[in-house]
Design a protein around this ligand. Structure first.
Ligand code: APR
Length: 229
């Protein structure tokens, strides 16, 4: 089976009703990154950080996978598909994708603030001050904050190096190391970038830009790829 690696960003979940970060109505227009998505923010104002992620978890309860999520799951019928997502929602899993690697963490999980190996599923949407891990430390969102290492980047790069095809969906390609993954894919491999405001990506061979929404562009591309095998 040919291997497909799919790198997704917030635009993948936009049609499921979840805000992106850098669109005009994005999360970074409502909050400052340095106030809610850095270790310093956590030390300085834990309440605001907890509120930011509780709000996003609450929104996720009402969100459903969209046509793009379901189409990617369909692709698994004829390809070996690995999803590498920058998204912290669980819509890929709920849409039926099996192999999903969350580069930036998972909204529905929390972890010990003293031992990162202690990760827990959070029942419900609310993480509160005083919710402690088994070692007695405050639980924190299981999210990779700006300035923190991206533990799964090497695994993601390996998936890209071994891919026969790459699909990029709904990402502004502004955040590294995720945005650099495209450079790990074999030059001769077909690459597709689905995003209504897809940015130009210079010097990437065999890149087809599809300026459509995920809900429109992904099912069409999946139909094309399914008909090729
Ligand atoms: N379908 C496809 N793409 C869309 C849609 C849609 N319906 N709506 C918006 N987009 C595109 C936008 O054009 C934009 O290119 O989604 C992209 C969203 O870009 P960002 O908001 O920057 O999100 P992302 O690229 O995922 O950000 C990467 O930055 O803040 C950090 O950790 C955070 O994982 C995030 C990372």
């Amino acid at each position: 089976m040919k291997k497909i690696v799919v790198l997704t960003g917030a635009g993948m979940s936009a049609e499921s009703g979840l805000k992106t970060f850098r669109d005009h109505d994005g999360l970074w227009h409502d909050y400052r990154v340095e106030d809610v998505a850095t270790p310093e923010a956590w030390r300085r104002n834990m309440d605001l950080v907890l509120e930011f992620y509780n709000e996003r978890r609450k929104n996720l309860l009402d969100a459903r996978p969209n046509a793009a999520h379901f189409a990617l799951a369909r692709l698994e019928g004829k390809y070996d598909v690995n999803i590498v997502t920058q998204n912290v929602d669980d819509l890929h899993e709920r849409g039926g994708s099996i192999k999903v690697l969350h580069l930036h963490g998972e909204l529905k999980k929390v972890r010990s603030s003293v031992d990162p190996s202690l990760v827990y599923e959070l029942p419900g949407w609310e993480l509160k001050k005083g919710d402690l891990c088994e070692k007695g430390s405050q639980l924190r969102p299981h999210i990779v904050w700006f300035g923190e290492p991206v533990p799964l980047i090497a695994e993601a790069a390996d998936l890209c190096e071994r891919a026969d095809i790459m699909i990029l969906i709904g990402t502004s390609l502004q955040v590294y190391p995720a945005a650099g993954l495209i450079h790990y894919v074999f030059a001769g491999a077909p690459k597709y970038y689905i995003d209504p405001k897809a940015v130009e990506v210079p010097y990437i061979p065999k890149l087809e830009i599809i300026r459509k929404t995920a809900g429109e562009g992904v099912p069409d591309l999946v139909d094309r790829l399914m008909s090729e095998v």
